[in-house]
Design a protein. Structure first.
Length: 623
């Protein structure tokens, strides 16, 4: 061993020439994930290309917050993103530095900028350095300054006088494919980003590709637009200095939250959301003078909370989880949110006894349901605790989403597979730092019409709930992505449906928070001696055959178990393809579950017949 170490070290040169110093631009292009999270190809809402849009728009939002300009125009065409605001415009002499030099910005001093989003001095510079084409133009009182860049290097610098344009800033960029590879924008994700901006900024008008977005009621519009069922009572809207809250209850299981800080959506919550969860339970208990279990108050809750604060501290560069424990000097987040709800929610319930009555009835129903399963729940927890150390169904990873200080936390995922044959290749090829695997034993139970008691009675559901750590909500969810990985055949599709129904019925908040995905699996492998293609459709197969030519070898995958570990490593690595499971206002949960998972009906039979897909295997003759 000593000889091996000696031999290895003797071959490694470690002198002054081995020490390298990277410029900020070089470092950002070499390690973009440290600044914008994962790169991705645009198929996921947290992919880097959407972070770059957000970083650009954030500066325009800050201008609106400062009272300068209430209109933002965004266009996306041929993968070129353009953003035009009508604020004051970046100071003309500082334009080039503002978009290219790290830690240069106008938001480091002065109270006026403290409660804005773009505070890190990195955002638009990252956009510039990660773009193959970048243009910044600022107009101020008839003068204009325009600079262009490529990959962070300045190309042109032009000044104009006597321009007939309104004041403001224009940014245009094309993401660099050398870094991101092939990508495309999912306009649904961009639209949701735009809607969130308007919900949090009353009076702001955003034009996205010609479509106007504006909100009249702020957070109230957000909750109403995202309800997938009729609420039990009209949403409660409470507004105060630096805080806005909306609260209602539905009929499903779980808790659903939309949280924001300084207009920034925080899908993973943080200290402001945790403070709200604790405070709403406390205030409701005190109002009704009942010692309710906090979970009984929060079950089926649908809420939104937005706070504004000085110098927010996030737990990652992409700002998806708030870490600030104080909202102001000497004032904790818990105290701030708690005091606000103690006064305002209590007053509201006194003034609206009909709402209070419906809320109390719902809490009583939750309490009754919880006590009905308390015995089996305790036993199930004991079972889960015993097998936690040696859970044969789980192959865990080393980093988890709860490891907030670890830069790999947001990359964590768990694959839910069918059977040991599929579990084997994924386990052998996964990244053990961030990828876990949970194995199902064949087809899971159809949960439709059952109560949450089944989650504890069914061993697989109980162990899965424990592996994800979601029994008491998403605050301690262990994986950023929960991925259903099944074969692409009829049985695999059925398992996908059963597992999706499980999460929709008992943990809809997991879906609303954007954590549930379906793994796309290739149908074919096409290769020759030089190239290897994995094809997810017949069209992709035909294109791959043409590229490989007459020596193409075609393999039809019938299941995940047929894909070896080396191949799987590529399929679940950087090129992984995922479909996000989403719930919208147009998807009423109870009706949807009854239609797809309830008793066989004439309507469902017609739906199946009218939506049949006939697959025909065709082997093209290779010339």
């Amino acid at each position: 061993m000593a000889n091996n170490i000696k031999n290895n070290t003797s071959t490694v040169a470690y002198d002054d020439d081995a020490i390298k110093t990277l410029s900020p631009r070089e470092h950002l292009r070499l390690r973009p994930g440290m600044y914008i999270g994962k790169l991705g190809d645009g198929s996921q809402s947290d992919d880097g290309i959407y972070v770059l849009i957000k970083e650009t728009v954030d500066n325009s939002i800050d201008e609106f917050i400062m009272g300068a300009g209430n209109r933002i125009e965004i266009t996306i065409e041929d993968n070129v993103v353009s953003v035009r605001d009508y604020g004051r415009g970046i100071p003309l002499k500082s334009l080039s530095a503002a978009v290219s030099q790290m830690n240069t910005g106008g938001k480091y001093e002065g109270d006026a900028f403290k409660k804005t989003v773009g505070l890190n001095g990195v955002g638009v510079k990252a956009v510039n350095m990660l773009s193959s084409e970048f243009t910044a133009r600022s107009v101020r009182d008839g003068e204009a300054h325009t600079v262009t860049f490529a990959k962070g290097l300045e190309l042109t610098d032009r000044w104009e006088s006597g321009v007939q344009e309104k004041n403001g800033t224009f940014i245009s960029f094309r993401v660099d494919e050398e870094i991101f590879g092939e990508y495309s924008y999912n306009m649904d994700y961009v639209e949701q980003l735009v809607r969130n901006y308007t919900y949090l900024n009353l009076g702001l008008k955003i034009i996205l590709n010609g479509q106007e977005y504006v909100s009249k009621n702020g957070l109230l519009d957000l909750v109403n637009d995202n309800l997938s069922e009729e609420p039990l009572y009209p949403p409660i809207y409470l507004s105060g200095e630096d805080i806005d809250v909306v609260i209602t209850h539905g009929t499903g299981y779980g808790e659903s939250y939309y949280s924001f800080v300084n207009g920034q959506y925080t899908p993973q919550g943080g200290t402001h959301q945790a403070a709200f969860r604790a405070s709403v339970a406390k205030v409701v208990k005190e109002f009704f003078k009942k010692d309710y279990d906090p979970s009984d108050v929060r079950t089926s809750i649908i809420a939104a909370v937005s706070v504004r604060m000085n110098d927010p501290v996030f737990e990652s560069q992409t700002k998806i989880r708030l870490g600030s424990k104080e909202i102001a000097l000497g004032v904790t987040m818990q105290q701030f949110v708690g005091d606000f709800l103690s006064t305002n929610l209590d007053n509201y319930l006194h003034k609206h006894p009909e709402t209070a009555q419906v809320m109390q009835k719902k809490i009583a129903e939750n309490e009754k349901a919880r006590k009905a399963i308390s015995g089996i729940q305790k036993k199930a927890r004991e079972v889960a605790k015993k097998v936690a150390v040696n859970n044969r169904k789980l192959r865990d990873c080393k980093v988890h989403l709860t490891d907030s200080k670890n830069e790999l936390a947001e990359k964590t995922m768990i694959f839910i597979t069918e059977g040991l044959s599929a579990m084997g290749p994924i386990t052998a090829s996964r990244d053990a730092m961030t990828q876990a695997v949970f194995c199902l034993r064949g087809k899971p139970l159809n949960c439709y019409g059952l109560t949450k008691k089944v989650v504890y009675e069914n061993e697989e559901f109980n162990l899965l709930q424990s592996a994800l750590n979601i029994e008491d909500g998403l605050e301690n969810l262990r994986f950023n992505k929960v991925i259903i990985a099944t074969d692409a055949d009829v049985d695999g599709m059925h398992i996908r449906l059963l597992m999706t129904s499980f999460f929709v019925q008992f943990f809809p908040e997991l879906i609303r928070a954007g954590h549930l995905y379906i793994l796309q699996t290739p149908l074919f492998r096409v290769r020759n001696k030089k190239e290897n293609f994995y094809c997810y459709s017949e069209e992709e197969r035909q294109r791959a055959v043409k590229k490989c030519g007459p020596t193409a070898e075609i393999t039809r995958f019938k299941g995940l178990g047929e894909i070896n570990a080396d191949e799987f490593k590529e399929l679940i690595g950087e090129k992984i393809r995922l479909d996000k499971v989403r719930l919208t206002k147009d998807d009423p949960i109870s009706d949807m579950l009854e239609f797809y998972m309830g008793k066989n009906t004439f309507e469902r039979q017609n739906f199946i017949v009218n939506n049949l897909r006939i697959e025909e295997d065709v082997v093209d003759e290779l010339m």
